[in-house]
Design a protein around this ligand. Structure first.
Ligand code: GDP
Length: 374
């Protein structure tokens, strides 16, 4: 963000070790701004916003309320979690109308440039676009691959667009729950297209695939090498493979890569029943081929809606979501339980030293856990 810097006492050689930032202040805040700030969500003695106010604000498409509701969803505090669930329950009838699109690709494939171009194209068509992110790195390192650089500057200033960085996980369900619920809130706020971005590493593609209608993989030229091994699994999740950076000297190469992908895709299991996954080219930088991507997504939507696959997938996704939440909650309940916290390290040591078998340790843990619940 412009106007942000590290405080002067941070080590200038390693500013990344210091997480605080200093923001540039407002030089002459008008009394109007000041007053508005003070009155919003004012509720003495409580930092939980008023649910009625959020509900009405979100349905009216108010950004501030939307952002506030998402913060509530992302909070790891139990009372925020309950409030967020109450809000979601009320908003549920207003959800489900957006087209949900997942976008993945290795770092450098051009995801943010593409989202900037694609998002701007969509807003020019009069559509409202929300961009969410699932960043696997934020769980592991506390840092983030997606969030740290200045990204999508144009789109972030666009009044028809809303960009939200990746939430971090926590004990009340991980990134999966938070992103799905954020998506629902954005739908209630009237967004027509939800773009869910993720980095092409590890599990996060599968998580995103499970929450979107159309999943696209952004790739670079040189498919030959990649197709040897790594991409096959991801390609079987994709409804569209977009060869980006098809410009300048790279254009011919990109066309060749597209043909190679199309040949390979032909032999793979399609991600969506009744839809042959296609490879396309585009230049996110020069805004070329972007409309073609949208046409493909719309054709996909029409085809799968007609066949019933679209609704089928959404139903399955909701069921899967419920199951994964049950697993999340069971896990959290178990591992955060005081008796488990106390016994687990001891049992682990006993297992490692060979004085207890894994099976008997697990059995004994569960016995203690269930006994303490009675
Ligand atoms: P991300 O890490 O996947 O989000 O990739 P970025 O959007 O940050 O892009 C990585 C680099 O590739 C940047 O320097 C972009 O300017 C460049 N880039 C992205 N799209 C294109 C494109 O269509 N053509 C060319 N020539 N460069 C691009």
């Amino acid at each position: 963000m412009t106007g942000e810097k590290k405080p002067e006492w941070a080590d200038p050689n390693h500013p990344e070790n210091f997480s605080s930032i200093v923001r540039k202040g407002v030089e002459n805040p008008s009394s109007d701004v000041f007053e508005k700030k003070q009155v919003r969500f004012k509720k003495k003695g409580s930092n939980v916003p008023n649910i009625d106010e959020l509900y009405n604000g979100i349905l009216a498409g108010e950004r501030l309320h939307l952002a506030r509701a998402i913060t509530l969803i992302e909070s790891n505090a139990e009372h925020h979690f309950r409030k967020a669930q109450e809000l979601l329950q009320r908003l549920l009838p207003h959800t489900g109308k957006a087209l949900r699109i997942g976008i993945t690709g290795v770092p450098g494939a051009g995801k943010s440039t593409f989202i900037e171009a694609f998002g701007s194209f969509l807003t020019n068509q009069g559509l409202k676009v929300a961009v969410l992110a699932v960043d696997p790195s934020s769980n592991i390192s506390g840092g983030s691959i997606l969030g740290d650089k200045t990204r999508m500057e144009q789109l972030s200033r666009n009044p028809k667009a809303f960009i939200r960085p990746s939430p971090s996980s926590g004990k009340l369900g991980g990134v999966h729950r938070k992103t799905r619920e954020t998506m629902l809130i954005c739908e209630a706020a009237g967004f027509d297209v939800i773009l869910v971005e993720t980095v092409g590493v590890g599990q996060s593609e599968v998580i995103v695939r499970e929450m979107v209608d159309f999943f696209m993989l952004l790739v670079l030229t040189g498919a030959g090498d990649e197709l040897q091994g790594m991409k096959k699994g991801i390609m079987e999740l994709a409804d569209g493979v977009i060869v980006n950076k098809a410009d300048g000297e790279n254009k011919r190469n990109a066309e060749k890569t597209k043909r190679e992908y199309n040949q390979v895709l032909h032999f793979l299991q399609p991600a969506t029943k009744g839809w042959a996954t296609k490879a396309l080219t585009c230049s996110a930088l020069l805004n070329e081929g972007i409309e073609n991507v949208w046409t493909t997504v719309k054709t996909f939507e029409n085809t799968t809606m007609e066949s019933g696959v679209f609704e089928d997938r959404r139903r399955t996704q909701t069921k899967e979501w419920m199951r994964s939440m049950i697993i999340d909650q069971l896990q959290a309940d178990f591992f955060y339980h005081p008796i488990v916290k106390e016994l687990l390290p001891r049992f682990e040591n006993e297992v490692i030293s060979g004085s207890k078998t894994v099976t008997s340790a697990v059995e004994s843990l569960f016995q203690n856990y269930f006994k303490s619940k009675q």
